[in-house]
Design a protein around this ligand. Structure first.
Ligand SMILES: C[S@@+](CC[C@H](N)C(=O)[O-])C[C@H]1O[C@@H](n2cnc3c(N)ncnc32)[C@H](O)[C@@H]1O
Length: 249
């Protein structure tokens, strides 16, 4: 699949459909059943410089601003999402430096500048995982932290058939394919090892990885949805906290 085709299709999707069909996933939630309030991956961000990759409507930026981050930046491929993020922040009297660009590209974000780079359900849209992780490493100061969540590849591979979960596609299949939503949207499901190896290659060390569904969140939501049924049986979200070790030679 050509990178430009993916960008054209997906930015058109986010510009026209936004989160109308895929509901927004924003901090404190990393996914439907995992929360920062329980996991405390960030800890205290007061006085810290943060960059969000794929900021969507800006609600996660609001969360970080309300926790006294000193500087907030974000990048998103969609002009409409950037506009929504700006409006959302403004309505709360907040602001961030917002850049409309694919995360894969050079777009004027400073290097060796941020204490944290984070991304909530956006990293997997990249057409170049290794290049994106290398770029993210370059934005971070030494010992800076990268936290991201994404759809778990097991969740993406499994479907329900007569009350049983079965594989509908190979876990190893990383090809781009059209997602079954209103409008055209392209997705690729990468193996967990692809993420782990790309992080290692970019000079990150993984400090924590979360795959579990949080029972308390599940019970508090009293959720009987298909997603909840899945989340009881296997991971639907994974979250990784990684630290930049130093400059790669
Ligand atoms: C599922 S949303 C996640 C954002 C936010 N957490 C939310 O739920 O609204 C995915 C976001 O990634 C952005 N995106 C998709 N592909 C991208 C790319 N290659 N570079 C930068 N942003 C991208 C989309 O425009 C969208 O705002």
């Amino acid at each position: 699949m050509d990178k430009n085709d993916v960008h054209k299709t997906n930015s058109f999707y986010w510009d026209t459909q936004g989160n109308d069909f895929l509901s927004a996933i924003v901090l404190p939630y990393y996914g439907a059943f995992v929360s920062e309030e329980k996991c405390q991956l960030f800890g205290d961000v007061s006085g810290k410089k943060l960059l969000e990759i794929g900021c969507g409507n800006g609600q996660s930026l609001q969360y970080q601003a309300e926790r006294s981050a000193s500087e907030l930046w974000a990048v998103d491929i969609s002009e409409r999402q950037i506009k929504k993020a700006a409006q959302h922040l403004e309505s709360y009297g907040l602001s961030a430096k917002l850049i409309c660009s694919p995360m894969e590209d050079e777009c004027g974000i400073p290097t060796a500048y941020f204490d944290y780079v984070y991304s909530i359900y956006a990293i997997g849209w990249t057409t170049d995982l290794e290049g994106t992780f290398q770029r993210i490493a370059s934005y971070l100061k030494k010992d800076g932290v990268f936290i991201f969540s994404w759809s778990h590849p097991i969740h993406r591979s499994v479907t329900e058939d007569n009350g049983r979960f079965v594989f509908k596609k190979s876990y190893f299949d990383e090809a781009w394919y059209p997602v079954a939503v209103e409008g055209d949207l392209l997705l690729a499901d990468r193996k967990l090892s692809t993420y782990v190896n790309a992080l290692a290659k970019a000079g990150f060390v993984i400090e924590q990885m979360i795959e579990e569904t949080d029972d308390e969140i599940m019970q508090s939501k009293d959720d009987n949805s298909d997603m909840a049924k899945r989340a009881k049986m296997f991971p639907v979200t994974f979250v990784i906290k990684a630290r930049k070790l130093g400059e790669l030679l």
